[in-house]
Ligand binder design. Structure first.
Ligand code: FES
Length: 102
């Protein structure tokens, strides 16, 4: 489990927030820097982080505190990472997880 601080100071008033570009399912996506990856993806409109292994339904972050495991993603080739516990970094390669066998 990462121990980096997930809290970041706000930019000075009137200054635009710092952004990073990641790759999500093969497409570039701009996210707030220094924010939890799950929060940045939700703000960017991502609503399907993984598929339920039972019915294939869309799953997305629920607790944002590392408890529910609904935010699992493949991050830089490592499967089942909790996106709410990882900061968005420039160049990350992130993929949704398809939990239902085909
Ligand atoms: S949102 Fe619940 S563990 Fe990440």
């Amino acid at each position: 489990m990462p121990t980096e601080n997930l809290f970041a100071p706000l930019p000075p008033e009137g200054e635009p927030p710092r952004m990073v570009t990641i790759e999500f399912n093969g497409a570039p996506l701009a996210l707030l820097a220094d924010a939890p990856l799950a929060a940045g993806l939700l703000v960017a409109g991502v609503r399907r982080f993984r598929a339920s292994p039972v019915g294939g339904g869309a799953r997305a972050p629920y607790c944002m505190s590392g408890v529910c495991f609904e935010c699992l993603l493949e991050i830089d080739g490592v499967p089942s990472q909790q996106a709410c516990q990882v900061q968005a970094r420039e160049g990350m390669k992130v993929r949704a997880i398809c939990g239902k066998p085909t």
